[in-house]
Design a protein around this ligand. Structure first.
Ligand code: SF4
Ligand code: ZN
Ligand code: ZN
Length: 302
């Protein structure tokens, strides 16, 4: 492999194709954290003093995000939502707890079995849409915890691969509602906390390399309930395009944000201003009262 572009002395450990950048270990780690800080600034995600809640799953993205933000000196705490998916949840939780201990930062845990009285496998036996329900449940608890504990922002580990493939899927299916929300930062309002995706300009490959060099032990198993999602088809399509034309993912995503997203901006405002009510039982923002989580709780008791 070539020499490091930065120091020109050491042999490069990592080659970043779409930046055409060979870097040694030290300068890759430095590049990664600087690029993360620049992304936070570029999209005005949060201030240096912000109290940040990191959504932790135990996978590479959330752990890398936590580590890099911590290295940059931000005030961070983690939240893990235990979904009760048997061994998978047990192992993910252990990985997250070990990592928090190593990082010496607090990790909070919310268990949906305790909170709702139901687990995701219970929901799977009731509905085919358990994955989208699972996603809504996670968002509900992340939002509630962040707001009740006065965090300034909730950050998630979505990376460029995730963003580009979901953008492709939302565009092919013209899902305007999702396109209107596809921005790396969403402001707080109507009971929702501020949300940001600081890894949105990093590929899964760069994140894996950061994890390897920082010796981060992350969960590699996939959720056993994960269906053969069509989402994967779009991810594979994007990978194919990227291989043939390096730089496609970042160009597709950044051009969307620059050229197309402003058109949807108005819709985002409409979305944030939509007439939401407050759940009379838990106080969370909801389309109607009781909210979907309180309905599930009532079902579990019945
Ligand atoms: Fe939840 Fe598993 Fe579906 Fe992911 S794959 S949304 S963790 S049930
Ligand atoms: Zn170097
Ligand atoms: Zn409620």
């Amino acid at each position: 492999m070539a020499r490091c572009r930065k120091c020109r002395r050491k042999k490069a450990d990592v080659f970043i194709p779409h930046h055409r950048l060979p870097l040694c270990e030290e300068h890759f780690l430095e590049w990664f954290e600087e690029y993360l800080a620049r992304t936070v600034k570029k999209f005005k995600m949060f201030s240096p003093k912000a109290k940040i809640l990191v959504a932790i799953s135990g996978g590479k993205d959330s752990l890398v995000l936590w580590k890099a933000l911590n290295n940059l000196g931000y005030h961070t705490e983690g939240l893990f939502v235990d979904l009760g998916i048997e061994d998978f949840s047990l192992i993910s939780r252990r990985v997250a707890e070990n990592f928090a201990e190593e990082l010496d930062r607090p990790l909070h845990v919310v268990s949906i079995a305790k909170e709702i009285g139901l687990t995701i496998p219970d929901l799977k036996s009731r509905t085919k849409k358990y994955c989208s329900l699972c996603g809504s449940i996670k968002r509900y608890f992340f939002n509630r915890f962040a707001r009740q504990n006065n965090f300034d922002v909730l950050v998630t580990g979505h990376n460029l691969d995730d963003e580009a493939s979901s953008l492709l899927s939302n565009t092919i299916n013209w899902q305007l509602k999702y396109l209107a929300r596809k921005y790396p930062v969403l402001p707080e309002g109507n009971g929702f906390v501020r949300k940001a995706k600081p890894l949105c300009r990093f590929t899964a490959f760069e994140i894996k390399e950061y994890a390897r060099l920082q010796k981060i032990e992350y969960l590699t198993e996939r959720c056993p309930l994960s269906p053969e999602a069509t989402r994967l088809v779009y991810a594979e399509l994007m990978d194919e395009l990227e291989e043939k034309m390096p730089g496609t993912k970042i160009r597709f995503y950044m051009d969307y944000l620059r050229k197309v997203y402003p058109i949807f901006n108005k819709q985002v405002e409409d979305f944030l201003d939509r007439p939401l009510t407050q759940c009379e039982f838990c106080g969370e923002p909801a389309v109607s009262s009781p909210c979907f989580v309180c309905k599930l709780k009532a079902e579990a008791k019945a």
